[in-house]
Design a binder for this molecule. Structure first.
Ligand code: GLC
Ligand code: CA
Length: 540
């Protein structure tokens, strides 16, 4: 494993930095902010798709894999970004959306014309199944020209590619080789555990169809072929795994398997879904969250798999608003969450704005939303009988747009993101969550992230050591230990807003990181305040 002491930073390109005053983030904008990322301690940046696309799903609907969308810049802008990043020791990771293409892609357009070769690139069938699209409604769309239905697990403008067709796999390898040769250092593969579909399509008696195509029969073979044929075994490769399981995630990321270097999985981000339904609100079950982290960390370690550790991304609401308390304990809870996860076994992946504690978008009106999923569910949930106000409350907590508002660089009108009104506005209730304010505050969330990432990088135990959970049953407190040879580090996090006590097995030695001003110990009993987090070495 060679990414243990690295840090990845995700950039949602549309919302990071606008350089030409059109209200949309772009590639030169990223280049202009590389020093900020280097100072934060970032080794790789993953940039969400900037290829040609009708942008129905903000670039996850690609119509040409080889061309930079002029809205985001030019190929030479990208070359410059790659070179400038490289000068700062930062590698660029591109987002490869290979499960589907836009229906605007020439392959799909030729299929629509009835070209039999290209119809085999997708799934065209005479009759649909009862499967659901992940963005709501049916997963099949009827095309009168062909009198057939095509499969789309996401929006109807995102047609699923037929990976059982070798020509499709070879085309996608060419795409990888093209970008590899331009000097990128890694790839993130979008919903890549959904690429292997069954040979025949049947109705799902028990659900929405997902068990027919999640971690499908040939997925491991397809990934190994993609990676070995393009020679990217040593590159940083992350697979986004939708509703996967531990066994498969180990399989995808074990070095010996020559598939990917790490995985994103999502179980810990469903602990506030009532009955596992994203659109039913519930307070997060922090005890369950803790148990899931323990179970996955232990399991991945035993099986030799590797995680990309993350709380936030462009599809998730902000963790500080969700699992922390973005009002009374804003700073404490943002810092605790970072401590709880990013010192675990895996490679941290920080999402833009998280390092500032940016909260949810604060939207109250459907016109503020841009996301296709949110807009679809605004109607669907009302049709299902919810009132408009209820739906708006649900969206304010669950919409993907919560994480997509512009990065707040400073306190100027458009937060230093742009000189004009951005494509999506932020309605944050925390005006001090900006880069300039936090850079000058030693106690800021930003400065805490810097200290944490540095600590991780400099410690073998925290980056590549083994992990154990000495007190898995201890309520409210997440406690873990990382060990490398004689080096040991202890992590204690109060995951709640209650004051709790913890009996220290051994006296504390050096404190390495702490999110509160003082430590309270009496007679070996440590009192942890709301969201308190401590990293220390035991006295020897
Ligand atoms: C992934 C992306 C998400 C996109 C979906 C379909 O989950 O992260 O933004 O909508 O795949 O491509
Ligand atoms: Ca722009």
């Amino acid at each position: 494993m060679h990414f243990e002491n690295k840090t990845i930073y995700e950039i949602y390109i549309k919302s990071f930095q606008d350089s030409n005053g059109d209200g949309i983030g772009d590639i030169p904008g990223i280049t202009s902010r590389l020093d900020y990322l280097r100072d934060l301690g970032v080794d790789y940046i993953w940039i969400t798709p900037f290829f040609m696309s009708p942008l129905k799903d903000n670039g996850y609907d690609i119509s040409d894999y080889y061309t930079v969308n002029p809205m985001f810049g030019t190929l030479s802008d990208l070359d410059r970004l790659i070179a400038e990043a490289d000068r700062r020791g930062i590698g660029i990771i591109l987002d490869m959306v290979f499960n589907h293409t836009s229906t605007q892609h020439p392959w799909f357009q030729k299929a629509l014309q009835g070209d039999p070769e290209y119809m085999e690139y997708y799934y065209f069938r005479d009759t649909p199944t009862n499967w659901h699209s992940k963005f709501g409604n049916s997963a099949w769309e009827y095309v009168p020209q062909r009198n057939k239905y095509y499969l789309h697990l996401f929006d109807k403008t995102q047609a699923d590619l037929n990976w059982s067709n070798k020509k499709v796999r070879d085309e996608l390898k060419k795409v990888l080789l093209y970008w590899k040769n331009r000097g990128v250092k890694g790839f993130r593969f979008d919903v890549v555990n959904l690429i292997s579909k069954p040979t025949s399509f049947r109705d799902d008696e028990q659900g929405d169809g997902r068990h027919f195509y999640t971690d499908g029969e040939n997925v491991h073979a397809y990934l190994r072929e993609l990676v070995t044929d393009t020679g990217i075994e040593e590159y940083l490769t992350i697979g986004e795994m939708s509703s996967s399981d531990l066994t498969n995630c180990i399989g995808y990321s074990r070095k010996q398997n020559r598939e990917l270097s790490m995985v994103f999985h999502f179980h810990h981000l469903k602990v506030d879904y009532k009955d596992m339904n994203k659109w039913e609100l519930m307070k997060p079950d922090m005890e369950r969250l803790k148990q899931l982290l323990i179970q996955w960390q232990t399991g991945m370690q035993e099986g030799g798999g590797w995680d990309a550790l993350f709380w936030c991304n462009h599809d998730q609401p902000r963790a500080v608003s969700r699992f922390g308390n973005d009002r009374q304990y804003w700073k404490e809870s943002a810092k605790m969450l970072a401590t709880a996860l990013y010192l675990m076994r895996g490679t941290p992946c920080i999402y833009q704005g998280e390092e500032l504690g940016q909260p949810n978008a604060g939207f109250t009106d459907i016109r503020q939303y841009r996301d296709v999923e949110s807009v679809n569910y605004y109607d669907i949930l009302q049709k299902e009988g919810k009132s408009r106000d209820e739906v708006l409350t649900i969206l304010s907590e669950r919409s993907r747009d919560n994480g997509r508002t512009p990065l707040c660089w400073d306190a100027s009108q458009y937060n230093g993101f742009s000189t004009v009104k951005p494509w999506i506005m932020s309605n944050s209730h925390i005006p001090e969550a900006t880069v300039t304010a936090e850079e000058s505050d030693p106690d800021s969330i930003l400065n805490y992230y810097k200290r944490l990432l540095k600590l991780r990088k400099e410690s073998s135990a925290l980056s590549k050591g083994s992990i154990t959970f000495p007190y898995p049953r201890c309520r409210d407190v997440l406690a873990y230990e990382r060990t490398w040879g004689p080096e040991k580090k202890q992590i204690l996090c109060n995951m709640t807003e209650n004051t709790v006590t913890f009996r220290l097995p051994k006296p504390m030695g050096t404190i390495l990181l702490h999110n509160r001003p003082d430590i309270h110990i009496q007679d070996e009993i440590l009192t942890l305040g709301p969201f308190e987090a401590i990293v220390y070495e035991e006295e020897t």
